[in-house]
Design a protein around this ligand. Structure first.
Ligand SMILES: OCc1cccc(Br)n1
Length: 438
């Protein structure tokens, strides 16, 4: 007997699960369309070296689903999509990549979690990225897309918030504390864990990175700033441009109409080493769930990947929005619609010799855009046909029988009409294409 359950940490999507997933992805894709983003895709299998980042310590690179293939090449199931985007931009064969580039994708991403955590090892993650825009209007555009999605599915600023911070400001504060550029990304990876491991543990890990206890204390204190103004007063050497960008971001968010979702939070740094500017994450205000989505600016990733002469710094901003937490939130808020199986017609032949005529009817209805479930085996009783029709969520049953056929008609029964007397009529064959008006 083969194992019938999926591999540990992975999910099967049965038809009813697929209807829910297609509904969610349908919203992601419709928002991307309205924001004029183009869809791209790439193999789930990637070069492992794409994720070898000096920062070290990132959960996402420590948990790679990686292996050496039969040719001896080090590959991995992609843990995230941004490095693939960077690779595709740098490798664009047409070299007609006119900036700015606005791309989106819905990749399945993987991690190899140690089994005792029993957590998922794959999820689908809506990615939206803008390449080639330096101004924070790019961040504002991405946040507008996220809040447009929330509004479409009935989630409001009362349900979720978006915490926004600037790593650029953080970097300047650390620099003023004598922290080197090389230490910046690893410090962010450690500081991102503050909520999870607490200030003492963060201090310990920062000291291991060569940060003094005093500086570690200053960093943690800075992260408690409750407003941009407060940050600019308590943090010596805070980068003025970074502070101005933060203020401008909130002004533009108000103008876009989603200011209620937004809040400054100096403790948000996100756990990816490559962020360099604005970072943000969406959270549920009940505090019950993990982050819903997150993103930020990563202005140096392409120059990191490309040799210097090829790729001078290309400004990039993006976010990742997983398919799991959002579904938990929609469930919690009773915002998930039903996803019943829906069929327009079940077409059934009255008898064996009526089958070819029934096939003709099915073809005509499909040609006119109807979903037709052709009853491919004769049922002994017509009641079985109606039972089946109810099971597949059919609106109509078209029963192809000799008496009506001899008059070039088909008897159609509307299963959703209460009045049993009025719910059937004989339709001329040459009117089947008007099925939407039955
Ligand atoms: O959010 C981090 C992550 C990456 C890959 C797969 C899964 Br599940 N989660």
């Amino acid at each position: 007997m083969i194992p019938v359950e999926p591999v540990m940490g992975t999910r099967d999507f049965y038809p009813e699960d697929m209807r829910a997933r297609n509904w969610l992805f349908g919203h992601f894709k419709e928002v991307a369309r309205r924001f004029a983003f183009q869809e791209y895709d790439a193999p789930v299998l990637e070069h492992e070296e794409l994720y070898k980042r000096k920062a070290g310590g990132e959960e996402i690179t420590q948990q790679m689903y990686n292996f050496v293939d039969k040719s001896g090449y080090a590959v991995t199931l992609r843990p995230e999509m941004t490095p693939t985007l960077a690779r595709m931009i740098l490798g664009d064969p047409t070299t007609k990549m006119i900036l700015p580039v606005k791309w989106f994708s819905l990749p399945q991403c993987w991690r190899f979690e140690t089994t005792q955590r029993g957590r998922k090892r794959e999820h689908y993650q809506w990615n939206m990225d803008i390449v080639g825009v330096k101004s924070i209007t790019a961040e504002v555009e991405l946040l507008a897309a996220i809040t447009t999605f929330f509004t479409r599915v009935g989630i409001t600023a009362k349900d979720v918030g978006i915490k926004v911070n600037s790593r650029k400001v953080m970097a300047s504060i650390l620099k003023a504390q004598g922290i080197s550029e090389q230490q910046f990304a690893p410090v962010c990876v450690v500081v991102d864990k503050l909520d999870k491991i607490g200030p003492e543990e963060v201090t310990k890990e920062l000291v291991q990175l060569g940060v003094s206890e005093k500086t570690a204390g200053t960093i943690i204190e800075t992260m408690s700033a409750r407003s941009v103004e407060e940050l600019s007063t308590i943090a010596e050497g805070a980068d003025q441009e970074g502070l101005d960008e933060l203020k401008e971001l909130f002004v533009q968010a108000e103008a876009y109409g989603y200011g209620d979702f937004m809040q400054f939070d100096a403790s948000v740094v996100r756990g990816l080493a490559y962020y360099t500017g604005i970072v943000f994450e969406c959270f549920d205000r009940s505090g019950e769930l993990r982050a819903i989505c997150g993103g930020g600016r990563y202005d140096r990733l392409l120059s990191l990947y490309g040799s210097k002469q090829e790729a001078s710094e290309v400004p990039c901003v993006g976010f990742g929005f997983g398919d799991c937490v959002i579904m938990e939130l929609l469930q919690m808020k009773n915002l998930l619609p039903d996803f019943p199986q829906l069929t327009d017609f079940v077409v059934a032949a009255f008898s064996k010799d009526m089958l070819p005529n029934a096939l003709t009817v099915a073809a005509k209805l499909r040609e006119a855009g109807a979903t037709v479930d052709m009853q491919v085996e004769l049922k002994k009783k017509v009641g079985q046909t109606f039972d089946y029709a109810n099971r597949v969520g059919a609106q109509y049953v078209a029963l192809v029988a000799p008496d009506e056929w001899d008059k070039n008609m088909v008897r159609v029964k509307d299963l959703r009409m209460e009045d049993k007397e009025a719910n059937q009529k004989d339709i001329p064959l040459d009117k089947l294409h008007e099925w939407r008006t039955f």
